[in-house]
Ligand binder design. Structure first.
Ligand code: CP
Length: 334
């Protein structure tokens, strides 16, 4: 595909325009293709050229983060600012009027009147849906409890494509706390759009993928293997997606401690057990599940994954906030 054709297909993809981004179930393959084409273009421009472009000059983002975050909050904010927009950050319930008893829906009804887009991280499953139902300003879900993290899944998928050059015919081992891990929930469901996918879910029984998720995947034609055997599970994987135990989601510290340090990927294991071209990913933050001696291996993609997040989120803002003709005009100036 030539560069001109690439730009054309991106600006024809108006499926994102003014839409909320709440769940991966709303995405189509063609919408994702358009997002990734635009992401490639932004990445090729690089930060120096991007900061002189200003396509979102005058736009305002409200970053509402009611749960802890480093990557999502900062990459959403940086992406918006590199595109020329301004960001207002609310970090923690204590610094919002939710601490005075205001409901999420009232908060959103107010904030939507001040800004052009709202990124929301919240501790409750379904909070992004509630926000979207109370807003005419687009809502982007940056994680709703143990529910979903759809933009993480988009950047994960973009990374898988960049590293393997394909999105079909893949064995993906997801490892760790699959019960509580919203990034895993979103990623495995997003893979339903692609063919010949085998998900190997590696976790102790109590932390396995929810049964309804497994059923949904299987009905969609995805092969799912569930195991607690780490070595066997990762041996055939094209992609290993490690996750941490979600300490903050366990009922008690003793519930958490029984699983701590269950699966640890290190350099020796990678080199002795895994395919030589395996792609090792992690949504981060990590705790002990990937030994730092893996970081220098070419298979370690997790910091390339975080870098990709900046550009995927830039592309998302452009597609959500600009009409196809506005985006076309801006792209024609660079
Ligand atoms: N991957 C991710 O969501 O990281 P943060 O919690 O730091 O945003």
């Amino acid at each position: 595909m030539t560069e001109k054709q690439t730009i054309k297909s991106t600006i024809q993809a108006d499926t994102w325009n003014r839409k909320n981004v709440v769940s991966v179930s709303q995405f189509t393959e063609s919408a994702i293709d358009a997002l990734f084409e635009l992401t490639d273009r932004l990445k090729a421009m690089g930060r120096f050229q991007l900061r002189q472009w200003n396509p979102l000059s005058g736009y305002v983002l409200s970053n509402l983060f009611f749960e802890a975050s480093t990557r999502s909050r900062i990459s959403f904010a940086s992406a918006f600012q590199y595109l020329g927009g301004s960001v207002d950050n609310t970090v923690g319930v204590v610094f919002s009027s939710i601490s005075k008893g205001e409901s999420l829906s009232d908060t959103i009804r107010v904030v939507q009147g001040y800004v052009d887009v709202i990124v929301l991280r919240h501790f409750a499953v379904g909070s992004a849906r509630i926000a979207a139902d109370n807003s005419t300003t687009p809502i982007i879900n940056a994680g709703d409890g143990i529910g979903e993290h759809p933009t993480q899944a988009l950047l994960d998928l973009y990374t898988i494509y960049n590293e393997t050059k394909r999105l079909s015919d893949l064995t993906i081992a997801v490892v760790g706390d699959l019960q509580h891990g919203r990034t895993v929930h979103s990623l495995v469901h997003l893979m339903r759009l692609y063919t010949n996918i085998h998900i190997v879910a590696i976790a102790p029984n109590d932390l396995q993928l929810p049964a309804d998720s497994v059923h949904t995947l299987q009905v969609s034609g995805i092969r799912v293997t569930q195991t607690d055997d780490f070595k066997v599970g990762i041996a055939t994987a094209d992609v290993i997606y490690m996750t941490r135990l979600q300490r903050e989601r366990f009922q008690s510290e003793s519930d958490y401690e029984q699983f701590e340090q269950l699966y640890i990927l290190n350099r020796a294991l990678t080199e002795s057990v895994c395919k030589p071209d395996v792609v090792i990913m992690h949504p981060l933050p990590r705790t002990s599940e990937i030994n730092p001696d893996v970081d220098a291996l070419k298979q370690a993609a997790y910091f390339r994954q975080t870098d990709n997040g900046l550009y995927v989120r830039m592309a998302l803002f452009l597609l959500v906030l600009l009409s196809p003709s506005e985006l076309r005009n801006h792209l024609n100036t660079v």
